[in-house]
Design a protein around this ligand. Sequence first.
Ligand code: ADP
Ligand code: MG
Length: 487
Amino acid sequence: MTKIAAAGGGSGADYNAAWERILQRLIAEFGQNVFQSWFARLKFDGVEKGMAVLSVPTPFLRSWIRDNYQTRINAMWREERKEIESIDLRLRRPGGKANDGESRVLVRDETAKAPQPLAAAAVSAMRDSGKAGDSIPLDPRLTFDNFVAAPTNTLARAAAGEIAGTGNGSAPRYNPLFLHGGVGRGKTHLLHAIAWEVQKRQPQRKVRLLSTDLFMLKFVSAARENDTVSFKNMLRTCDILLIDDLQFLQGKSTHKEFGYTINALIESGKQIVVVADRPPARLEGFDERIKSRLAGGLTLEIGAPDAVLRRAILEKRLESASRDNAALHLDEDVLAFIARNLSSNGRDIEGALNRLCHHAMHSNEKITVEKAEMLMRDLMVARESRPVKIEWIQKIVSQVYKVSRQDLVSERRTQAVVRPRQIAMYLCKTITPRSLPDIGKRFGNRDHTTVLHAIRKIESLIAKDELLRREIESLRRRIEDEADRDE
Ligand code: ADP
Ligand code: MG
């Protein structure tokens, strides 16, 4: 592809350097685990018509990146080179060139060549798990020690722990173990934790952790090279096979191969753990027999993390991040702000924290609540499935405290109006994704610092006043009920 510099744009070398920095930022922001799964095979092919052309080898990688990371990558490009509007994500042909259309499905095994920045611990973890590339490198952060127990994950955690501790040779109790739940619930974390634990306690047992993507890549390249035998051996000689995100498995022949593999492993008493975003019965494209095989062991759901768990995960993460970087310290109010404002999704927590750490490392500025809000605005916007409107908050607060809506947004500063107004602003910030300036605007064009002051005021009051805290909690429930009724 010709590298066309847009008007006011830079040279090819400038763009390549920008891309290098973006890759570094992706690692810093999302962590090695995520980077390895989704970005290691993302290639920059050049700039065309103000768009950065990126390519990936599989259609599902493309749709995954599009759905989950495109907005962020767009923003990074714009920050690097303001002439770049957005990215254009394409499929690439085996020769390495991008393919414009959806057309043919082309898969290329590039795992061996792709630049894969691995933590030292991950490299040594791979040593025992066969040839490099036969297993996903383990993320040193994803251990049982770092996994926070909560009612939503107790059973899954216990089953995973039991598998990791099962003595060599004893027949597995649950086979397969099938864990399911939405994004960010700790499924991948548990798979890595099992692998770490087995390596530590029983290094003679062979553990293999495969993403569905890696399974497909391996299978397709083995088929192309007429070497399905070693592929089969690679899978069937392990003692524990861990498979991540099974819902992504695509293609008739890969489904078939997957079916053979799990049958063979189960029959020879080897342990399988599979995770997916849905239960076996709802998997698409799988044969009924495979689905019932998958459901024939133990199937457990991991629920969405609640605010308490989000906060605990955040603290855990911060604790280990500050071990690497002593300068990193987030104030209590910043922590509380993040835990409150992020979605129920563990991945957002991780992304937010990585972003904050990155910022802390590269600037001497202290992270304040305002700064945190700015850095994470896009993560917070995506959070509401059923948006709560500022009007409802104002309506309910004015009913409960018997002040009129006009007073609430007016200049009046009597105590009878000021406190309900602060409470309303606090609720707007905690249950809607609106930014501080937005909220200020809706309260009689106030400045964002006034909103921030109100939020801090209420926070400091509820820290001391349990009654007020409960009162606000019940207001929040009423407002959310209102949103439900409005559906
Ligand atoms: P999933 O695979 O279910 O989409 P992950 O395992 O990738 O989710 O979790 C997303 C992020 O949230 C990871 O950084 C993970 O460590 C963290 N996380 C999720 N649940 C927990 C938990 N219970 N304890 C500690 N960290 C968690
Ligand atoms: Mg996962």
